[in-house]
Design a protein around this ligand. Structure first.
Ligand SMILES: NC(=O)c1ccc[n+]([C@@H]2O[C@H](COP(=O)([O-])OP(=O)(O)OC[C@H]3O[C@@H](n4cnc5c(N)ncnc54)[C@H](O)[C@@H]3O)[C@@H](O)[C@H]2O)c1
Ligand SMILES: O=C(O)C(=O)C[C@@H](O)[C@H](O)[C@H](O)COP(=O)(O)O
Ligand SMILES: [Zn+2]
Length: 365
């Protein structure tokens, strides 16, 4: 697989937008064509701001730029932090013509996007993702929102950005655990819709984990192509988009259980994908060799393949009920029909799910 130079876009009619992937884009790209007025609020956090704020500002020549640095962490993806963005917007008299800019990982992207969806009933926003996870997944597709103590991403809105600007060079400052977390969502695309990409990942995982630049660009681009195609087909998750939730029903239960503070989203998704794989094997879709391939690839990406100690099957199941895919009280899960093909279904044998939960849960005495 070679990096293709074709431009990428999310095709949604009048809400279509480009995904620009370019080394050095941050600091060099002129993003003013995507700013409707001339005012911009760049939203970042206390880690990313010191690293990249100056380069981000340089992307908006001639604009009147405000900035806000939020606290860093998934546990701050909440109402209180969201309100800090609204406070700044109002204190600085921002109008409907302002453009918000999300500079950071998926937490910043989700909360900034939600602020943009709701401030004065909606303003424009731009995504500048700086984690692998945000570059391959969170910045694309317009799911925005915050967490609730009782459930992950439970409050939010669909609101598409005007442009997504990916500078792969930002990954050079990323902590290793965050690279792994992003790799979980990359592996997800291979598992749900692209067996060739999965095989390519198996071949190239060691190079990717060593930040080999050309391979990373291929992985980012292929991931964005997969996500853009799915979102274009089903923007509001009434069908195929739910496949992007592979491992997330289990994973979100882990994140809620741990108070959004101990496990990274990508780590929880990795363990969740292993649990979904196990269930798919128990249901006869996958064989032992398939499950072993998934486990080995996750381990090579330095990701967990088991949930945290101390979760009971009963607790797991209760947390899994708090999921937006569940429409009638019945649990709906994404399962693998084979490696590279997935299905969302409630029509599975509950005993098989119990067996998966029993196998993975190791309650503390
Ligand atoms: N909207 C979507 O479609 C979607 C998709 C996937 C995940 N998400 C959400 O995204 C969030 C996870 O995103 P994430 O994994 O990017 O986590 P994150 O936003 O918490 O970022 C991870 C860490 O990396 C730091 N960081 C960011 N860029 C950096 C850089 N270039 N150099 C050094 N440090 C950097 C951040 O400050 C943070 O500490 C979750 O809340 C998840 O629910 C949303
Ligand atoms: O874009 C989507 O659709 C996804 O499901 C992508 C997921 O990786 C992401 O974690 C998303 O935020 C989960 O959405 P949710 O609706 O299950 O909260
Ligand atoms: Zn995810």
């Amino acid at each position: 697989m070679q990096p293709s130079e074709e431009s990428l876009s999310v095709n949604l009619g009048e809400r279509s937008y480009p995904i620009l992937i370019q080394d050095g884009a941050l600091g060099n790209a002129d993003l003013t064509p995507w700013v409707s007025g001339n005012r911009v609020l760049i939203v970042t956090n206390e880690t990313v701001g010191p690293l990249y704020m100056d380069q981000a500002r340089a992307c908006f020549p001639g604009c009147d730029i405000d900035e806000i640095q939020l606290p860093d962490g998934e546990r701050y993806k909440n109402w209180e932090t969201l309100n800090r963005i609204f406070d700044t917007l109002l204190e600085k008299h921002h109008t409907r013509k302002t453009t918000l800019v999300a500079l950071g990982g998926g937490v910043i992207g989700d909360i900034t996007g939600f602020a943009a969806a709701t401030y004065q009933r909606g303003v424009d926003f731009i995504q500048i993702p700086t984690t692998l996870l945000a570059q391959v997944d969170a910045s694309v597709g317009g799911k925005t929102g915050i967490n609730h103590p009782l459930g992950k991403n439970m409050i939010g809105a669909f609101h598409q950005p005007k442009v997504v600007v990916i500078d792969p060079l930002t990954l050079n400052s990323l902590p290793p655990a965050e690279l792994s977390a992003g790799m979980a969502e990359v592996i997800k695309y291979g598992l749900i819709r692209d067996a060739d990409f999965l095989a390519w990942l198996e071949e190239h995982m060691d190079r990717l984990m060593a930040l080999q630049a050309e391979d990373l660009k291929v992985a980012i681009r292929r991931s964005c192509e997969c996500k853009a195609a799915i979102v274009a087909e089903d923007e509001r998750e009434s069908g195929v988009r739910a496949l992007l939730n592979l491992g997330h029903t289990f994973g979100h239960a882990i994140e809620t259980h741990t108070g959004y503070s101990e496990w990274l989203h990508g780590e929880a998704v990795a363990a969740g994908m292993m649990m979904a794989t196990d269930l798919s094997e128990r249901l006869g879709y996958l064989n032992y060799n398939d499950s072993t391939r998934v486990r080995q690839l996750l381990i090579r990406a330095r990701l967990p393949v088991n949930p945290p100690e101390g979760m009971t099957p009963v607790h797991f199941k209760a947390l899994m009920q708090v999921d937006k895919k569940n429409l009638t009280g019945e649990l709906r899960l994404v399962l693998l029909k084979e490696l590279g093909d997935a299905v969302v279904t409630s029509g599975f044998d509950d005993e098989a799910l119990e067996a998966t939960l029993d196998y993975f849960c190791h309650p503390l005495d």
